[in-house]
Design a protein around this ligand. Structure first.
Ligand code: NAP
Length: 297
């Protein structure tokens, strides 16, 4: 990853962050990093709606829940229409899995990792972006979309076989979702000038994300996560460190920027040219044409 030295922001301490009155939706806020963000932001006064499969914070004031299986594009569309987009200051995407050892397909005919970690975000973003934040009180920073994945790592994906029908291997398929998410940021930053869109790369953090690859109860999964937990920061520490970035006005003029695990700006992956982005999005729309969902423009 290469630093983008043209973008800088001044960090304020997370303990002095006042998020009172702020409306946040975290798609994937029921677990891992999204959950840590949801708990931290609500503790600082934000009203947070989390979307996921299992709600674990019913005892936390300020957090509401919408249940959805985001492997289904019909569900992504339903939730996007249900969320109060017009009132949102921040829309954060953190839902994801890791492609398993064998290719799995959703009932809509989409490879499961692609569906859960990328395609539902495209559907939701297209549905919500045109309305995002438009009914908020005046004088706030532009409404923001935050896309968490692994930007800046040089992944451009394989739009010729997004659905991994010609060949399937767990890691390259997951990289399609990594590329897709970076593309989502770059494309949306140009498509929607009235909002700001940023990409986040959290680095390695001990969560549940690798369970689908290694098996939830396997010794390999538990050992790997223990090592990651010893060597890297926790989801809670990352959430506290990154929250000030999510609300700072310093990055207001830098829609499309990506940030590393420390919140430093990084350059987008080389190879994500306008023509490649167009091809990747067209391939995504084609996959959706087999479902009941059509991509909003
Ligand atoms: N952790 C890392 O080392 C790491 C590294 C690089 C990038 N990232 C990125 O960071 C983001 C967050 O990952 P994480 O590590 O926090 O993962 P995580 O602990 O596994 O959490 C993933 C979230 O996605 C939700 N989710 C999974 N399948 C879903 C489905 N079918 N329908 C609805 N929600 C679903 C989970 O909800 P339920 O639990 O309710 O199902 C959970 O809230 C992802 O985009 C990931 O790619 C993580």
């Amino acid at each position: 990853m290469k630093r983008d030295k043209k973008i800088a922001w001044s960090r304020i301490s997370s303990s002095s962050l006042n998020l009172k009155g702020m409306q946040v939706a975290i798609v994937g806020g029921t677990g891992g990093i999204g959950r840590a963000l949801s708990r931290f932001m609500s503790s600082r006064g934000a009203t947070v709606t989390v979307v996921g499969q299992t709600f674990r914070d019913s005892d936390v004031p300020g957090i509401q829940f919408i249940k959805a299986d985001l492997s289904l594009m019909s569900e992504a569309q339903r939730v996007a229409r249900l969320l109060p987009a017009e009132m949102l200051d921040l829309l954060i995407f953190t839902a994801g899995i890791f492609a398993g050892p064998k290719r799995e397909e959703t009932p809509e005919g989409i490879e499961r990792d692609l569906a859960v970690s990328y395609l539902n975000r495209l559907v939701m973003l297209r549905e919500m972006a045109p309305r995002l934040g438009e009914k908020r009180p005046k004088g706030r920073i532009k409404p923001r979309v935050i896309v968490m994945a692994y930007p800046g790592a040089g992944q451009i994906g394989t739009p010729g076989d997004l659905n991994a029908e010609k060949s399937y291997k767990s890691m390259p398929q997951h990289m399609n979702t990594v590329a897709g998410n970076e593309i989502l940021v770059l494309d949306a930053a140009k498509r929607y000038p009235q909002i700001n869109v940023f990409g986040l790369n959290p680095g390695l953090i001990k969560t549940n994300i690798r369970s689908n690859l290694l098996g939830q109860d396997s010794l390999r999964f538990r050992l790997l996560e223990r090592i990651i937990g010893l060597m890297t920061k926790s989801a809670e520490v990352y959430a506290e460190q990154i929250a000030p970035l999510l609300v700072t006005s310093d990055i207001e003029k830098h829609s499309g920027a990506m940030f590393d695990s420390k919140g430093q700006a990084i350059l987008p992956s080389e190879g994500l040219t306008d023509s490649h982005i167009k091809k990747f999005i067209a391939a995504s729309a084609l996959l959706l044409s087999n479902t009941t969902v059509r991509l909003a423009s």
